[in-house]
Design a protein around this ligand. Structure first.
Ligand code: URA
Ligand code: SF4
Length: 230
């Protein structure tokens, strides 16, 4: 199956260098999504970030600007983070898939409509995300929505079941494998090691019928991540 693996830097030192990784990702052809998208949108944030937030994939605005979470969902996320007491400097934001996937509006309009990545694209792109996590070694991994959850914890991941609970984050070697989902226990995590907090995707808040309620739920979940950072 397709994978980004051959596009990652060869030498171990560059693999542990965010800048080198980001440059290498510019040339990734690990799946077909690079063809129609404008550019690779790599993660961004403080190299000393203690929390890594993982979204789905860049949207229309992110594809044009080359940075993650700069469109409507990103603005909502910024507001929710501030309200939850998480400082932007404590955070690195990235996506499970690094190229925008879209279809054109019926009838040939210019508007580009987001399409969720499939399992093959998520698998192909995962080496970039795992490399980011390996370098950043965050204290908390915040999983934003189902795609990020499936990319890291396997296809059985359900936001509704796991959201808002501080969980022990599986080892990097296990993330992305079927074992990762099984590793999550309901018991509160103790001892060393990273935590994982799942919540809804900010775009789901924008689409929700009860937007206010969905937003408060997001802030509440992020508040649990915030407490883990104190
Ligand atoms: N939605 C995402 O999942 N990621 C982005 O970067 C923007 C919107
Ligand atoms: Fe590579 Fe990921 Fe882009 Fe596919 S989506 S080409 S794997 S960076």
């Amino acid at each position: 199956s397709r994978t980004a693996e051959p596009f990652l830097p060869d030498d171990p030192e560059s693999r542990l260098d965010l800048g080198a990784l980001r440059s290498a990702a510019d040339g990734c052809r690990g799946c077909d999504l690079y063809r129609d998208a404008t550019r690779t949108v790599f993660g961004e944030g403080s190299p000393g970030a203690r929390a890594v937030l993982v979204g789905e994939q860049p949207g229309d605005r992110e594809d044009r600007e080359g940075a993650p979470f700069v469109g409507p969902a990103g603005r909502l996320l910024d507001r929710a983070l501030a309200e939850a007491g998480i400082e932007r400097g404590d955070v690195y934001v990235t996506n499970a898939v690094k190229h925008f996937k879209f279809k054109h509006q019926e009838g040939g309009g210019r508007r580009r409509i987001h399409e969720p990545p499939n399992a093959g694209e998520m698998r192909a792109c995962r080496p970039w995300l795992l490399a980011e996590l390996r370098i950043l070694e965050p204290d908390v991994v915040v999983v934003l929505g189902a795609t990020a959850g499936r990319a890291l914890l396997g296809s059985s991941f359900r936001v509704t079941r796991l959201r808002g609970r501080l969980l022990a984050c599986p080892d990097l070697e296990e993330l992305g494998t079927p074992a990762a989902g099984k590793e999550l226990s309901d018991a509160p995590p103790e001892g060393p090691g990273a935590r994982l907090l799942a919540t809804i995707h900010p775009s789901a808040v924008l689409r929700a019928e009860d937007r206010g309620g969905a937003y408060r739920g997001l802030v509440e979940d992020l508040g649990i991540a915030a407490r883990a950072l104190r």
